[in-house]
Design a protein around this ligand. Structure first.
Ligand code: SF4
Ligand code: SF4
Length: 272
């Protein structure tokens, strides 16, 4: 692989224009006694993944809606308006979860925070059915962790930061985002309604749980009672199910069987 993807980086960007693999070695250590402790959280810009939200809302004992409206702000992930969600910072730009002693949600901190100062880059080569993970380093002036005398591979760093589970759970969702971004003419631009659906299925898990219990859902999708029952209580299964449905809605993949009389029933309901 070349470093072609970095060719448009502005000169002053903290991103190091070098594409790395999990076997590559970095020099880095972050710890509470370092002079810059907490500085990265004082000017944060943290995008949240579906699993980040699941972990954080449960940490606070909030519903998805309560968590989203209290702690996040929506943004557009691309020029087509694909919805993303970020942590809503305080007026001074600090993360609402940073305290003197460090991150107050440390065990449930988002993937971006776990990865820092590494960035994750998922790419799919032309004609390849799967995407590959690559990495890059972000070297910001205030971050002194790069000067600490510790070397480890990116793979070891990912293990240390417990990122691997996060990546596995979010993988299918990241593939959806990637596929949408690299959409060719055969896929086309999704409608506003499909983006509303994208938001619900990606970020509002409690709302999605309610949705699969509606008549509107059961009229269209042929999901057996045992699976529906499991989805009511198993949030991870619900999240994975939401990714399958998302791919069906956005890209027409037939992951969840559709009832033969779905269109007819929907029309009847609309008329009544
Ligand atoms: S979630 Fe924690 S680690 Fe991430 S920016 Fe906020 S305080 Fe820092
Ligand atoms: S070393 Fe870097 S990541 Fe760690 S606290 Fe300092 S600025 Fe943040």
């Amino acid at each position: 692989m070349t470093d072609e993807i970095f060719k448009d980086l502005p000169h002053e960007s903290p991103i190091q224009p070098l594409q790395l693999s999990a076997e590559d070695t970095i020099q880095f250590r972050c710890h509470p006694d370092i002079a810059c402790f907490n500085q990265c959280c004082q000017c944060s810009d943290i995008q949240l993944t579906p699993y980040d939200i699941l972990r954080l809302k449960n940490r606070f004992g909030l519903t998805s809606n309560q968590f989203l409206s209290t702690y996040t702000v929506p943004f557009e992930m691309d020029s087509d308006g694909m919805p993303g969600v970020k942590i809503l910072t305080k007026d001074d730009g600090a993360c609402p979860f940073v305290e003197k002693k460090g991150c107050s949600v440390y065990e449930d901190r988002p993937s971006t925070c776990r990865y820092y100062p590494i960035g994750l880059l998922s790419m799919r080569e032309q004609d390849s059915p799967t995407d590959e993970d690559y990495f890059f380093i972000v070297k910001e002036e205030h971050c002194l962790g790069h000067q600490e005398p510790r070397e480890l591979t990116i793979g070891q760093y990912r293990q240390e930061q417990n990122i691997i589970d996060y990546d596995e759970i979010n993988r299918e969702w990241r593939q959806i985002v990637l596929k949408k971004r690299s959409a060719g003419p055969g896929i086309g631009k999704p409608s506003i309604r499909s983006y509303q659906f994208f938001f619900l299925l990606s970020y509002n898990l409690d709302g999605f749980r309610d949705f699969i219990q509606t008549t509107g859902f059961s009229e269209v999708y042929d999901v057996d009672a045992a699976t529906l029952e499991q989805l009511k209580t198993d949030e991870l299964a619900l999240l994975q199910f939401s990714f399958k449905l998302l791919k069906q809605v956005l890209f027409g993949e037939m992951n969840i069987p559709v009832k033969a009389d779905a269109t007819e029933k929907r029309q009847q309901r609309r008329q009544s």
